[in-house]
Ligand binder design. Structure first.
Ligand code: 13P
Length: 253
């Protein structure tokens, strides 16, 4: 059975007090969330809070801390960067790699992202690799080609064993922070396509075991119909992860 995961990506939001009250709000609801080994939650806060969060999560075995990024370099004179090794040493288990905001604003290419994945895996972090088409590509009807190229140029360079330790997140750029969610049918169609590509590249069993998350304007209102689709294994949630009540409702969905 593949893992179901809800990831909250806080992006560059929440000051310290807000971060603490958000975490407390989620911990209060921990018992109601019906989590298990195969149904987990990952919170990816801004770096300054990551150790605080990973340490309070130690007593909550199905809550994990995640990083929003890691450096492609191993260590040394890279002012402002945070290495996979540093992240892993803070009891963090997941790292988001290749978010469209990183690709767009920080010019991260598939080549750089692949280096980040190698660094992360070397430290036993699980990369959550993001892919997804632009509005232009969706309107031109070439979104499958767009996504296939992102996979080919990055994660499909991994061996089957390495690929077995990543999570994929499909985040259509036009749905991020816009309030325009992909319909469950649109999302399912792409998730099924991604799973098919994994099957063709590696094997049926790897395809069946890969967790594929949907991200882009997920809310408490639309979560259950998205997660009811057979190839959607959870969500990568931005804005709605900043409200404990709403995020808990998404987890329950
Ligand atoms: P929103 O949920 O705010 O659309 O953000 C999605 C996202 O980018 C999560 O990584």
């Amino acid at each position: 059975m593949r893992k179901k995961i809800i990831t909250g990506n806080w992006k560059m939001n929440a000051d310290k007090n807000e971060a603490v009250s958000l975490v407390n709000g989620l911990l209060e609801k921990y018992g109601e969330l019906n989590l298990s080994e195969n149904k987990i939650v990952v919170i990816a806060p801004p770096f300054p809070y990551i150790h605080y969060i990973s340490s309070v999560f130690i007593k909550h075995p199905y809550f994990f801390a995640g990083a929003q990024n890691c450096s492609e370099y191993e260590k040394g004179a890279y002012t402002g960067e945070v290495s996979a090794k540093i992240i892993a040493s803070l009891d963090v288990k997941y790292v988001i790699i290749g978010h469209s905001e990183r690709r767009q604003y920080f010019r991260e290419t598939d080549e750089i992202l692949l280096q980040k994945i190698y660094r992360a895996q070397k430290e036993k972090l699980i990369p959550i690799f993001c892919c997804g088409e632009s509005l232009e590509s969706r309107e031109a009807g070439d979104h499958f080609t767009f996504i296939k190229k992102q996979l080919d140029d990055c994660v499909f360079h991994l061996t089957e064993e390495e690929f077995g330790n990543i999570v994929i997140a499909y985040e259509p750029i036009w749905a991020i922070g816009t309030g325009k969610t992909a319909s469950p049918e649109q999302a399912q169609e792409v998730h099924q396509f991604i799973r098919q590509q994994i099957k063709e590249k590696y094997s049926e069993s790897t395809a069946e075991q890969t967790t594929i998350l949907y991200g882009g304007s997920v809310t408490a209102k639309n979560a259950s119909e998205l997660f009811a689709e057979k190839d959607i294994d959870g969500g990568l949630v931005g804005g709605a992860s900043l409200k404990a009540d709403e995020f808990a409702a998404i987890i329950k969905a």
